[in-house]
Write a protein that binds this ligand. Structure first.
Ligand SMILES: *Cc1c(COP(=O)(O)O)cnc(C)c1O
Length: 482
C-alpha cells in the first residue's frame, strides 16, 4: 500500500510482518564474472548461490502467506475426488464467479490445452500482446498470433495508463479480413508481460468482449496477473475508484468465456488453472486434462499446492496483496527516473523494466541489447534480471530469420513481499554507475542456440570480452569485495 509521509512523499509501506527469512550473500565481482561466463552470459543459467537478489521473475517466487502454508498441511492426497480440489473450486466460484475449474501444472499447460482444443491450422488469435509460451503453443498448433495493441503500447516513456488495451479498429479489421470462423479466440492478457506489465482498462475489455461475442468468437483472458490489472483499474480508471478488487475481478470474469492463469503469479503458488462458466467449453477441454496433466481433481499439481492455491485465490483480491508489488514497482521506477535511467513508464505490474535500447544505444538488437544489459547488471550488482527482447523472440518458425523484438527490455521482477526499499536503492545506485560506464558494455553472440524458447537455455559469449573490462572498472571504484 502507498502511504504519504508528512513531507508529501509517497512510499510503499509493507502491510505485513516478516517472520521467516532466507539468507542471501553478495558474491564479489570476480566471482560474478566467473559465474556469468559459465552461464553463457544467460542469467537463466546462473545458480542461486551466485546471486545477491533474484529478480529474474515473479513466477513461483512471491512470498506465500502464513495461511497458505498452513493450508498445505491439510492437503487431501486422493488421486480422484480430492477435497483439496473442491476447496479450490469453491474459491473460484466465490471469488471469480466461475463454475468450472480445470487445474493444470502451470500456465503454459493451460495454453497447451487451449491450443489443442481451439487452435487449428490456418486460424488466427488476435491479442493485446503475446507471451513467450503462449505464442509457441499457438504457433505449434498451426495458428497465427496477431498483436493488435494501441499506438502507445510500444512507447517506453508514455503516460498512457492502459498500454495493454486492444485497438478496436484493428480487431474489426482482423475479423473482416479472416472471417469470424477463422478467429480461434480473442486473447486479453492481464498486464501484458512482455511490454512492461501494462494493464488493460475495463472499458476496453468490455468493448473487446462485446465485439468478440457479437461475432461468435470465444473471449479468453490470460489472468496470470489479474490482481495487479484489477488494482490498476481501481487506481487509474475513474469509474472503478470505489470498487473493491474482488468486484473488479468478478467484472473482468464476466467479460470472458474462458479464463486461464499461471497460479505462479497472482495466487503465489506453483500451479495453474482454466476456468469457465460454460459447460460446453468445459466439456471440450476436460477429456484432455488426464491426457496431458493428470486427473480432473489435481491436474498435475501437488495437492499441497492445490490447497495453497485455494487460499491464494481468496487472498489475491485483498488490496494489500494486489497493491504490494505494484506500489513497490512505482517507487522503484520513480527512483530510476530521478536518476535519468530509462525505466518504462507508466510503472506496470510484475517488474520494473529498463529500456535497454535507450540504456545501451550502441548495442544492436541482433547482438541482444537487453541480454547484454542484464548480464552487465549482474556483473556490477549480483542482481539477476531477465532479458525481454530479441533473445526472447525465437526465429521465424518458417524462414529461421531473426525477428528483432519490438522492445529490448531488462526486466527486474518484483515478486510480492520479497524485496525491500533498500534493495531498490542499491540497484538504482548500481544502475547509475553502469549508465556512466555503459560504453564498456558490448553485445552478445550465440555459442549454443536451441531451436525453441532459446532464451531459457541458450549459451552466449560477449563480443570483445567486455565483461572483463567492466569488472575491472567496477573493482577500481568499489574494491575487490563488492
Ligand atoms: C507466466 C505467464 C504464463 C505462463 O505461465 P507458467 O506458469 O510460467 O507456465 C502465461 N501467461 C502470462 C501472462 C504469464 O505471465
Amino acid at each position: 500500500m502507498n502511504i504519504k509521509l508528512s513531507n508529501g512523499k509517497v512510499i510503499p509501506i509493507e502491510m505485513h510482518k516478516v517472520r521467516v527469512i532466507q539468507k542471501t550473500t553478495l558474491p564479489p565481482a570476480e566471482q560474478r564474472l566467473k559465474a556469468i561466463t559459465e552461464a553463457g552470459y544467460n542469467t537463466f543459467l546462473l545458480r542461486s548461490r551466485d546471486l545477491f537478489l533474484d529478480m529474474l521473475t515473479d513466477s513461483g517466487t512471491n512470498a506465500m502467506s502464513d495461511n497458505q502454508l498452513a493450508a498445505m498441511m491439510v492437503a487431501d492426497d486422493a488421486y480422484a475426488g480430492s477435497e483439496s480440489f473442491f476447496r479450490l473450486q469453491e474459491a473460484v466460484q466465490d471469488v471469480l464467479g466461475l463454475k468450472y475449474c480445470l487445474p493444470v501444472h502451470q500456465g503454459r499447460a493451460a495454453e497447451n490445452l487451449l491450443a489443442k482444443v481451439y487452435v487449428k491450422p490456418g486460424t488466427v488469435i488476435p491479442m493485446n500482446y503475446h507471451f513467450t509460451t503462449t505464442r509457441t503453443h499457438f504457433e505449434l498448433a498451426g495458428g497465427k498470433v496477431l498483436e493488435i495493441f494501441g499506438k502507445e503500447a510500444l512507447n517506453t516513456s508514455s503516460t498512457d495508463p492502459f498500454k495493454g488495451n486492444i485497438d478496436l479498429d484493428k480487431l474489426h479489421s482482423v475479423i473482416k479480413e479472416y472471417g469470424p470462423e477463422k478467429v480461434a479466440f480473442v486473447r486479453m492478457e492481464a498486464t501484458t508481460n512482455l511490454i512492461g506489465g501494462q494493464p488493460f482498462s475495463m472499458e476496453n475489455l468490455k468493448a473487446v468482449s462485446k465485439i468478440a461475442r457479437e461475432n461468435g468468437i470465444p473471449m479468453i483472458v490470460d489472468a496470470s496477473l489479474i490482481s495487479e490489472n484489477a488494482y490498476f483499474i481501481k487506481v487509474r480508471e475513474k469509474a472503478y475508484a470505489d470498487w473493491t478488487i474482488e468486484a473488479i475481478v468478478k467484472e473482468i470474469m464476466k467479460q470472458a468465456d474462458i479464463m486461464y492463469m499461471s497460479g505462479r503469479k497472482s495466487t503465489c503458488v506453483r500451479g495453474g488453472m482454466i476456468c469457465t462458466n460454460s459447460k460446453e467449453h468445459y466439456d471440450k477441454m476436460a477429456p484432455w486434462l488426464p491426457v496431458y496433466e493428470g486427473f480432473l481433481t489435481y491436474g498435475g499439481m501437488s495437492s499441497k499446492e492445490v490447497e495453497a492455491m485455494a487460499v491464494g485465490v481468496r487472498e489475491m483480491v485483498e488490496i494489500e496483496a494486489a497493491s504490494a508489488s505494484a506500489d513497490m514497482i512505482q517507487y522503484f521506477v520513480e527512483l530510476l527516473c530521478e536518476k535519468n535511467i530509462p525505466a518504462v513508464t507508466p510503472p506496470g505490474g510484475l517488474a520494473c523494466h529498463v529500456d535497454a535500447r535507450k540504456f545501451l544505444p550502441h548495442v544492436d538488437s541482433l547482438q541482444y541489447t537487453a541480454g547484454a544489459f542484464v548480464a552487465a547488471l549482474y556483473l556490477v550488482s549480483g542482481v539477476r534480471a531477465m532479458e525481454r527482447g530479441t533473445l526472447s523472440n525465437d526465429r521465424d518458425i518458417h524462414t529461421h530469420e531473426e525477428i528483432p523484438a519490438d522492445l529490448e527490455l531488462g526486466r527486474l521482477a518484483v515478486p510480492r513481499r520479497v524485496h525491500t526499499m533498500s534493495h531498490c536503492m542499491y540497484i538504482a545506485d548500481r544502475l547509475e554507475w553502469l549508465m556512466k560506464h555503459r560504453d564498456l558494455v558490448g553485445g552478445l553472440k550465440f555459442c549454443e542456440e536451441p531451436p525453441v524458447l532459446r532464451f531459457f537455455i541458450g549459451k552466449l559469449a560477449p563480443i570483445n570480452d567486455w565483461g572483463r573490462k567492466l569488472v575491472d572498472a567496477f573493482k577500481k571504484d568499489f574494491g575487490d569485495n563488492c
